[in-house]
Design a protein around this ligand. Structure first.
Ligand SMILES: Cc1cc2nc3c(=O)[nH]c(=O)nc-3n(C[C@H](O)[C@H](O)[C@H](O)COP(=O)(O)OP(=O)(O)OC[C@H]3O[C@@H](n4cnc5c(N)ncnc54)[C@H](O)[C@@H]3O)c2cc1C
Length: 523
């Protein structure tokens, strides 16, 4: 028989299969040899008290042979001769998962990606980190796999559509991710593993007859009778199709400009802006695990913080335990930071975005940008802050930075701690660089976070500016029912750039949602 059980174990017990089997036997009143194995269904850590517990929900095999976990199966069709074709612009999570779903439905996807394949992309990242030279088509945001390829690969989302989330996680496992992501409460993949998974997805798409084209930057839409007839790429090619999925992410400012110039409806929207904070990982471990050192059975600790300050939410975002701060800009003259971690999260630093929500009223009232009806007003504000940060850093993607307590006191730090950010840091007063309302909220927020997590508010932490690409400053509207653009009938805006997702899983889910709708329409 199989029996579902919930167990509370010490971390050392949870890591030891025989200890888990012993507990199953004790809990079910069976002999140890009756327990042939178990599948973990859910795993989480409870670190609220001095003794840390691992909560496991599992399916135990008792008095019957154990069999391996079954991974969801997927049926991808041969679409090489399919009549219906959809052009997908952008090969981020939204575009990739849309392509896989179209193939499963017998529709041929043609992916146009402005950047390079994951391997070639890696060389451009090295040049950016070591020499401070950016390739505007191939960087941490642009290229195969999109912005999520060289990330921590955290796979959680605030969405509660469990069925859809499970499907996305199972697809990641099919293409090479560890099965643990299916049951961990905070699954992540890691920068070292994601590129292989993305390559396997591409292989599946092309094996089935889908097309995957690199260095194909879309620069124009040819519109006729409220429909896109074809798109043009920077190399002079043109691609037609029945429908077009626009999954270009939130950093494709040229796409937003193009849509606006073509008088295709877009809207300004609020976005989050702030900084990235880096602490020694050992300090975060000691705070979260209530002990001087973590011990071998616990993962590097993470945190999640939120506080209302001056009627504005200040919150941590995309925390990367054992991670690295990365230069995530897409153009010269702009400074953007983000974070990533390898699968083992074994770097000595813990970084996290720390952002505040910026709304249209803030930009109108408190900034120099005054244009009333410009749908790109928030994007221009975001870009202006990034440019100010680049200038304050002194060039070559050196980032302006300050120690945490100094930041809140408004004192320029006389020195900065060691930091994982490879292009380097320049000590400045960030009060002079960030918009006043963002600075004020963060400065108070850090002090409040120090009360919630004693030890967090410290000059051993460094504040690096600016974290500005956590969400899109533009929405590309779509009809609630058809998911098509209200004006251009065969254009399907999708993913984070269109304003319908925030993160890898939700972008993938949105890609699937749009593709599924399209497959039904085209059938
Ligand atoms: C360093 C870093 C770390 C991150 N860490 C995490 C994390 O751990 N967990 C998480 O959930 N999220 C993370 N994110 C955010 C996550 O990557 C995004 O939410 C997600 O990738 C959005 O998916 P998307 O497909 O909508 O857009 P994107 O991933 O931005 O993909 C858009 C694609 O479109 C292409 N494109 C743009 N313009 C054009 C054009 N004109 N023609 C052709 N192609 C074009 C781009 O090159 C890109 O490949 C991270 C982001 C970064 C930068």
């Amino acid at each position: 028989m199989q029996q579902k059980l919930s167990l509370k174990l010490l971390p050392s017990e949870a890591a030891d299969e025989s200890a888990v089997k012993k507990l199953i036997a004790n809990n079910t009143g069976k002999k140890l040899h009756s327990v042939s194995g178990y599948h973990i269904l859910k795993q989480s850590i409870d670190a609220r008290a001095k003794t840390i517990w691992v909560n496991l929900t599992l399916n135990a095999f008792i008095d019957e042979p154990f069999h391996q976990r079954e991974i969801q199966s997927f049926n991808f069709k041969d679409v090489s001769k399919a009549e219906k074709r959809v052009v997908i612009i952008g090969a981020g999570p939204a575009g990739l998962f849309a392509a896989l779903l179209l193939i499963a439905q017998g529709v041929k996807p043609i992916i146009l990606e402005r950047g390079k394949d994951v391997r070639s992309r890696r060389r451009d990242l090295a040049t950016l980190n070591k020499e401070g030279i950016i390739n505007p088509e191939s960087n941490y945001c642009f290229g195969e796999g999109g912005a999520g390829t060289y990330s921590d690969g955290k796979l959680y989302t605030r969405s509660n559509k469990r069925g859809d989330i499970d499907r996305i996680l199972n697809l990641f496992v099919k293409f090479g991710a560890d099965e643990k992501i299916l049951y961990q409460s905070h699954p992540h993949i890691g920068t070292n593993k994601l590129p292989h998974i993305i390559t396997a997805m591409r292989q599946q798409i092309t094996d089935c007859g889908g097309e995957f084209l690199f260095e194909k930057k879309v620069v124009d839409f040819i519109v006729e009778n409220d429909k896109i007839r074809s798109v043009k790429t920077a190399d002079g090619n043109s691609f037609d199709a029945d429908s077009f999925i626009l999954a270009t992410g939130h950093s494709a400012r040229d796409i937003f400009e193009l849509l606006h110039q073509k008088q295709i409806l877009i809207e300004a929207k609020g976005f989050a802006l702030g900084v990235r904070i880096e602490h020694p990982q050992q300090l975060i471990d000691s705070i979260q695990y209530h002990c001087p050192a973590r011990g071998e059975y616990l993962a590097p600790a993470s945190y999640s913080l939120v506080k209302q300050v001056n009627d504005r939410g200040v919150f941590s975002f995309c925390m990367c335990p054992g991670g690295i701060i990365a230069p995530a800009a897409t153009s010269a003259g702009e400074l953007v930071v983000n974070g990533w971690s390898p699968s083992k999260r074994n770097n000595p630093y813990a970084n996290s975005g720390m952002v505040v929500q910026v709304e249209l009223e803030d930009v109108m009232l408190k900034s120099k940008i005054k244009s009333q009806n410009d749908p790109l007003v928030m994007m221009r504000f975001q870009q202006m802050v990034e440019q100010q940060c680049f200038t304050a850093g002194g060039g070559k993607f050196v980032a302006p930075a300050q120690r945490m307590a100094d930041f809140s006191k408004g004192i320029t730090s006389s020195s900065l701690p060691e930091c994982s950010y490879q292009p380097g840091l320049n000590p400045v007063s960030l009060k002079e660089v960030l918009p006043g309302f963002v600075y004020q909220a963060l400065a108070k927020g850090f002090i409040e976070f120090g009360k919630k997590m004693p030890g967090y508010f410290t000059n051993d932490a460094v504040v690096v500016a600016t974290e500005s690409r956590t969400s899109s400053p533009v929405r590309i509207p779509r009809n609630y029912d058809t998911l098509a653009h209200p004006q251009i009938k065969n254009l399907y805006p999708c993913g984070e750039g269109a304003g319908y997702a925030g993160g890898i899983v939700s972008a993938a889910m949105d890609g699937e949602r749009v593709a599924s709708q399209l497959a039904t329409i085209l059938a």
